[in-house]
Each structure stands twice: as C-alpha cells, then as structure tokens.
Design a protein around this ligand. Sequence first.
Ligand SMILES: C[S@@+](CC[C@H](N)C(=O)[O-])C[C@H]1O[C@@H](n2cnc3c(N)ncnc32)[C@H](O)[C@@H]1O
Length: 207
Amino acid sequence: MDSSTILEKYFPQLSAQQKAQFQELGNLYVEWNEKINVISRKDIEHIYERHILHALAIGKFQNLSRKKVLDVGTGGGFPGIPLAILFPDAEFTLVDSIGKKIKVVHAIVDKLGLENVDALHQRAEKTKGKFDFVVSRAVTRMKSFVHWVHPMIQSEKPEDNCGIIALKGGDLEEEMAEIKRMYQEVSISKYFSEPFFETKKIIFVPF
Ligand SMILES: C[S@@+](CC[C@H](N)C(=O)[O-])C[C@H]1O[C@@H](n2cnc3c(N)ncnc32)[C@H](O)[C@@H]1O
C-alpha cells in the first residue's frame, strides 16, 4: 500500500521521517485489522483516503503545533495518530473505553516511535488534565460530547483559540441546534477534492 500520492498531494512539506511513518502506518493497520477490527473491513483498502487523510483534515483547519490535544473515543487511533505524525511538536492524549482498541494504539505508537502520544484505556468523562483542543470522529451526539469534555478544555494562553474539533458527516442542523452554543461548520471538500469528502464536515465549537 502506498501513501505517498494522496498524502503528499495535500501535505507537500512532510519530512522524510513523516513520509516513512505514514507509509508504515497503513501497513500496521492492515496487519492489526486482521486481529482486531479497528476499521470497517470493507474500508481497509481505502485507509489512506477515508481514515488517514480524513483525520488530517483537522490539521488543515487548525495548526496544532505546540498544542495539547485530547482525542476522545479514538478507537484504533483516529484522528489522533495521523495528527500526531503531522504535528510532532504537539502533545496528544488518546482515550477509549475499550481496552483492546487502546492495545492497538499502544502497539502502533511503539512501532512508529511516536514520542508525543499517550494512550489511555478510560472513559472520556474520567479524563484528567486540560487541553487546548479536543478532537473526535464518530463517537456520540455533540450535546453529550460537549457535556463530557467541557471541563477539560482550557488554553494555557487565554488569547489562543481552543475548543472541540469534530469530524462529522451528513445533515447536522438538528444535532448542532441541541448544543445551544456558537459553532463553525467547514466542508472538508474545501481542502480535499476526492468525492468521499463531499459530505464530510469539520465542526468547531469554540470555548
Ligand atoms: C465508532 S468508534 C470511532 C473510533 C475512531 N474515533 C474512528 O473514527 O475510527 C467510537 C469509539 O468511541 C468509543 N467511546 C464511546 N463512548 C466513549 C466514552 N464515553 N469514553 C471513551 N470512549 C468512548 C468507543 O469505545 C469506540 O471505540
């Protein structure tokens, strides 16, 4: 499986180390997905587009360099692991309530030598610490999500941006009306031209 074409098209500044890590990442998911289902099996052949590039859309929306980032309900590491490769100077904490998924995250992080990722087997609501951004994909409705994570969001520098950045799809009007907060919706097609992204959105809830 070759990552270079699709990732380098949108991220031409990747270092040789990042390119090698992304290349290895696809191979590791193929290997692990045979043992533990972290990605829908029919999707594994599209891992670079539908999972890795999808996760990296967050990096197009917000520069996470030197930020503290929490990925809630990371499953096998999405969006956290691709973002940790893209932003080696940011600190990532990945949590999931299913232990075997965190086991996959640990194995992948070790194999890639990622030093900026901490992966914890725990429920989102129990997470300790403060983060600039909480990211997620496909975890729960935004109303519950805001409730879980709002105590954990706080920028160390009050003048900086902070909040929730979620990858979502489809019609979100009803779901987002429930949160009764300001938010921003950005179509991922703005960044990536593949038809897969036509219905995909980034939702930013500032805090
Ligand atoms: C559909 S999967 C998505 C996984 C990953 N974010 C992705 O996009 O591939 C949802 C994940 O959220 C996790 N999850 C759901 N509720 C959670 C909670 N309260 N705390 C931590 N993890 C939770 C589940 O265990 C599951 O791994």
